[in-house]
Design a protein. Structure first.
Length: 266
């Protein structure tokens, strides 16, 4: 295959990976939480991960030197990568708990039935993001001759933008967290020569965010209110509207699948 065709195919599959990351919300993937998840929802998520893996393999195969030029390896020094990854993971876990306390005033863990989905989600999305943004994108920016700090910052802002486009509703907090993950992961990749440390720290941090802030998503976006025209607190027993932000994770409202159970008016 001529080199220029191989290069354009490489860029094309990288672009498809980026577009798929932007569309993560449609598949119920790419966030901190596991949304209400029956079998059809999980099939959509697994489809997203499988498509990302297939595109990643094509990107890896088409680049002539993915390990040396794009840092698409765990790390030359596994011990150093493990040590730095554990430091990143510890810092990310502490930050996740601190953010939960600042945002909600307390921490409520999800129902244990949601933990396996949280683990799959944390590891799968972290691998996708580190491969694409701290591997391919950062490597391409460095190949353009950008200074290290500028390349890391640019890749981090691209990542934060992708997260913002694919989450919808997390607001400034999600962007700041994504930016911090992007910067920390980028510098770890430069320090270790691979994505292993960044992947470990990102996955643990993402799971910690799921544990502390991964409340079930609901369709609307205000407080719990009685339906229009109902007596509400005066004794009307008609259905109430369920709005996000009104239920903590893991309490009576958590049905164990990432959704919310029956609602009892106050």
């Amino acid at each position: 295959m001529p080199d220029f065709i191989q290069y354009f195919l490489f860029i094309g599959f990288t672009g498809l990976m980026f577009l798929l990351r932007l569309d993560a919300r449609r598949f119920g993937a790419g966030e901190w939480d596991t949304e209400d998840g029956d079998l059809s929802a999980w099939l959509a998520r697994l489809t997203w991960y499988a498509a990302g893996l297939a595109l990643g393999l094509m990107v890896f195969a088409l680049h002539p030197a993915p390990a040396s030029d794009l840092n698409l390896a765990l790390a030359p020094d596994r011990g150093e990568a493990l040590f730095l990854g554990l430091i990143y993971a510890a810092g990310g876990t502490v930050a996740a708990f601190a953010l939960a306390v600042l945002a909600h005033g307390h921490v409520v863990f999800p129902h244990p039935a949601r933990y396996p989905g949280g683990v799959v989600h944390a590891v799968g999305t972290a691998f996708y993001d580190e491969f694409l943004f701290r591997g391919v994108v950062l490597g391409l920016l460095l190949s353009l001759g950008l200074p290290d700090w500028m390349a890391v910052a640019a890749a981090a802002f691209l990542y934060a933008g992708a997260v913002g486009a694919s989450t919808g509703g997390r607001g400034v907090l999600a962007l700041l967290v994504a930016l911090a993950i992007g910067i920390a992961g980028g510098f770890l990749v430069l320090m270790t020569g691979g994505i292993g440390a960044a992947l470990m720290g990102h996955a643990v941090t993402r799971f910690a965010l799921f544990m502390t802030m991964g409340y079930p998503r609901v369709a609307d976006s205000a407080l719990l209110l009685p339906p229009s025209g109902s007596a509400g607190a005066t004794g009307d027993s008609r259905a109430w509207l369920i709005r996000p932000g009104s239920f903590p994770r893991g309490g009576d409202g958590d049905d164990g699948r990432g959704g919310v159970g029956p609602v009892r008016p106050a």
